[in-house]
Ligand binder design. Structure first.
Ligand code: CUA
Length: 337
């Protein structure tokens, strides 16, 4: 029984500690901002733990020690009072010094975070919507401005400036492996500078309750070597490829005749809606509906057939389609790489 309990405890510890690493963990930093914050939290935690242990010892010691002399409880003892006063003054002074010290550490950590950015950095505007992320790559050349959704590709090892805003309610942008969280506020732009040290995929999550589907408002940062990132950007700038078979061709025609076209844009077609994610290269993304489902033919069909079943409350309406029509639209969309 004892052995079972200790094995269970060991397993629980391993599972618990596994939560500290991975693609979405503030304790497994993959960039300078997250490293600075992780260092700060570990230092605060360690120092506070030491102080807590010392306070517990100071409390327990008089309770456990035998009094050396039995003095009269109410007798005045000026010497002892003076010593106690001195201990209190020292303790208050130490407390103040530690609080001021920790405040200064936080302040200097902020300076490190502010130093990550660079004016020459790639600038990406991230707009929060209930419940997805609009991602717009800014460029001095208008034809190179790119709009996509939910997945943010960045060049690894380079500073990236994110301009955060919202169209509806307050959201919060949080990629724990790369940086601290920052709110997206309607009518206001917050600036977050990030850098991913190495290529990789880092998951992020809206961190401010923003309505029914707050939990299904995920995002991904995909850090790639510069050449791969440039190639990705150039690919994404291309209009959608033409449908490659008869079914997909039917799907493209249906898409343009049905209400889909009112909300979604597909570059190179008359579909120009901007209130929902841009679908020009939707099949190149790894997930559907802001991280809710993995990208696959079956999941695309499930999402279009029953968006309210997959993500109740989302603004994606049900479009009346029969089985053949649904298959055709899915065939078209899954070709939009
Ligand atoms: Cu957006 Cu929570």
């Amino acid at each position: 029984m004892k052995r079972l309990a200790s094995t269970g405890f060991g397993t629980a510890c391993v599972l618990f500690l596994q939560g500290c690493s991975g693609w979405q963990s503030a304790l497994d930093p993959k960039g300078p901002a997250a490293s600075e914050l992780a260092w700060l939290i570990w230092f605060f935690t360690a120092l506070c733990a030491v102080i807590w242990v010392l306070v517990m010892i100071a409390l327990a010691a008089p309770l456990l020690m035998r009094p050396r002399t039995r003095s009269e409880p109410l007798a005045l003892d000026a010497g002892a009072d003076h010593r106690k006063l001195r201990v209190i003054v020292i303790a208050v002074g130490l407390t103040a010094a530690i609080v001021v010290g920790l405040t200064l550490l936080s302040f200097f950590a902020n300076r490190t975070l502010a130093a990550i950015g660079s004016d020459a950095a790639l600038t990406i505007r991230v707009t929060g919507h209930q419940w997805w992320w609009e991602v717009r790559y800014e460029d001095a050349t208008p034809s190179r401005i790119l709009t996509t959704a939910n997945e943010i590709h960045i060049p690894a090892g380079e500073p990236v400036r994110l301009l955060l805003t919202s169209t509806d309610v307050i959201h919060s942008f949080w990629i724990p492996s790369l940086a601290g969280k920052l709110d997206l506020i309607p009518g206001h732009i917050n600036v977050l500078d990030i850098r991913a040290d190495k290529p990789g995929v880092y998951r992020g999550q809206c961190a401010e309750f923003c309505g029914a589907q707050h939990a299904n408002m995920g995002t991904f940062i995909i850090a790639e070597p510069r050449a791969k990132f440039d190639a990705w950007w150039n690919d994404q700038l291309q209009p959608a490829g033409p449908p490659t078979n008869g079914e997909a061709k039917n799907g493209a025609d249906l898409f343009l005749k049905r209400p889909c076209v009112m909300c979604h844009r597909i570059g190179g077609t008359p579909a120009g809606g901007t209130v929902a994610p841009d679908l020009t290269h939707v099949a190149s993304r790894q997930t559907i509906a802001a991280g809710t489902l993995m990208m696959s033919r079956g999941n695309l069909a499930a999402w279009i057939a029953d968006p309210q079943g997959v993500k109740p409350g989302s603004h994606m309406p049900v479009v009346e389609l029969n089985g053949d029509e649904l298959n055709a639209i899915v065939a078209y969309l899954e070709g939009l790489k």
